[in-house]
Design a binder for this molecule. Structure first.
Ligand code: AHR
Length: 500
């Protein structure tokens, strides 16, 4: 059976905030060291930043980079990460049982963003695990105050005369998780987040603040956590965070392919909770969502990997090698975010390099694109504009986790110049899916491109030995005529169909 939907510019979801295409650099494994930063590498610049990685990050189209964690931030002492590199202390990183050299710190992070270009903005987390209001304020003053105070002058002394201008701040990380150093109850965290937010706004009322929501929809405290935290922080923060990682359980690929069902319900439940608190507080303000960690992550093996560590520097950790199937799921998660662009105004693919990442590197060697690189890069490039309201009429399939799920998952974005891009995933592992889209009120005459990521072997991957094994390919036969777009979506495929 054919999957169908209608596109009509009169029916929209909302404008895409470029911050939807954010990413995340944590001091974890080799994300920083031998990832973005490797002094002495043939492609490294004078600051030790790898030029080959910078090129790939630009190609990926990343718009914000969250830093420095993650779980790492709950033990982070920002003072350790500034000043002459040779004087910086080595510290235990409790989150990842590693030794942190602090060779890469705040100034290097800002230098990295500057090299990426003005389209990429910082998103800095403060430590609300082992620290509190005073340290957050000190960091903010060091980073953002123009000069004439001890901490802003110290920044200048350290070689950064210009303030960093960090606007977007996370108030801690996953404070609902018992694994978090300094884990708190919702009431404890809500108070601390509120006091930190209030104080940070005393320095600068225009900072944008993200309060920690839940580490996943499956957390026992989910929704009650958000409600309690927001009761304390509603007038003081702009966003609440969501984190979600997906992997197949017991080989159940059909449920894994429908992971976006969970992601969409998570988003909708958080929106409902935010609006419920807003209604109770009789507030006109709307809290938006920062989905600041999301990805496919084969997490089951991580705990054992981390427990076995004896405080090494930059160990190989969470280095998932993604398949075509993983990339199709990731594409579907991107579609879920775009479908909720009215409320999800920040999102960060976790993470950027080596650690559950679209970009891989070898120390002293090359950098290459994982399969998951392609859907993200295409969505960032063509997913800017107004999201059209797509309601699919699709054949379905049975999943153990989510019951009946649509085989087609889709969205469409209309750019300012009137071109429209359809993003579509066919979740079927066995069958091609015919697609028929009715175009109403859209003056489109030409299929510019239909690109697909699919492979006869859904387990195919890019590796150091074969870095270009998987790349998107053009699809023939996609047609536009008589107000209809028709296409055939290959089994297990991520598709980008561009129309003008
Ligand atoms: O991204 C890896 C880890 O996942 C982060 O450190 C943490 O916030 C989450 O649990």
């Amino acid at each position: 059976r054919t999957a169908r939907f209608t596109l009509d510019p009169a029916f929209t979801v909302g404008a895409v905030n470029p911050r939807l295409f954010g990413s995340f650099v944590e001091h974890l494994g080799r994300c920083v060291y031998t990832g973005v930063f490797e002094p002495g590498h043939p492609a490294a610049d004078a600051e030790g930043l790898r030029g080959d990685v910078l090129d790939l990050v630009r190609e990926l189209g990343v718009t914000t980079v969250r830093y420095p964690g993650g779980n790492f931030v709950s033990g982070y002492r920002w003072e350790d990460s500034v000043g002459p590199a040779g004087d910086r202390p080595r510290r235990l990183d409790l989150a990842w049982r590693s030794t942190e050299t602090n060779r890469f710190g705040l100034s290097e992070y800002i230098a990295f963003l500057k090299k990426l270009g003005p389209q990429t903005e910082p998103m800095m987390a403060v430590n609300l695990g082992t620290r509190g209001v005073a340290e957050a304020l000190a960091l903010q003053e060091y980073a953002n105050h123009p000069g004439g105070t001890a901490l802003s002058d110290l920044r200048a002394e350290h070689g950064d005369k210009d303030p960093f201008g960090i606007r977007l701040w996370c108030l801690g990380n996953e404070m609902d998780g018992p694994w978090q150093t300094g884990h708190k109850t919702a009431a404890e965290y809500g108070r601390l987040a509120a006091e930190t937010a209030r104080a940070m706004r005393q320095i600068d009322p225009d900072v944008e603040l993200v309060a920690c929501g839940s580490s996943s929809q499956a957390m026992e405290t989910f929704a009650a956590w958000e409600a309690t935290v927001l009761e304390e922080t509603y007038d003081l923060v702009d966003h609440v965070s969501l984190h979600a990682y997906y992997e197949p359980h017991d080989g159940d690929l059909d449920s894994f392919l429908a992971s976006a069902v969970d992601m969409e319900s998570f988003i909708e439940n958080v929106v409902a909770t935010c609006d419920h608190v807003g209604a109770r507080l009789k507030s006109k303000k709307r809290i938006n969502l920062s989905f600041d960690e999301w990805n496919v992550w084969y997490m089951a093996k991580t705990q054992a990997e981390v427990s076995a560590l004896d405080w090494p520097e930059a160990p190989r950790l969470l280095e998932d090698n993604y398949s075509v199937l993983d990339a199709v799921v990731l594409g579907s998660l991107l579609i879920a975010l775009l479908r909720h662009a009215d409320r999800v105004t920040v999102a960060c693919l976790a993470q950027l390099v080596n650690v559950i990442a679209p970009i891989m590197t070898e120390p002293g060697g090359p950098a290459w694109r994982q399969t998951t690189f392609f859907p993200f890069a295409q969505a960032s490039r063509y997913g800017r504009g107004e999201v059209l309201d797509v309601r699919v009429d699709s054949p379905t399939y049975e999943t153990e986790k989510y019951g009946e799920a649509d085989l087609l998952h889709a969205t469409a974005v209309r750019a300012e110049d009137g071109t429209v891009t359809v993003f579509a995933v066919n979740r079927s592992r066995t069958g091609a899916l015919p697609l028929d889209v009715a175009l109403s009120g859209l003056d489109l005459t030409e299929v510019v491109e239909h690109s697909a990521l699919a492979d006869a072997d859904p387990d195919a991957r890019n590796t150091l030995a074969e870095p270009d094994r998987v790349v998107p390919h053009p699809v023939d036969g996609t047609a536009l005529g008589d107000g209809r777009l028709t296409a055939v979506l290959e089994p297990l495929s991520w598709n980008v169909i561009r129309l003008r």
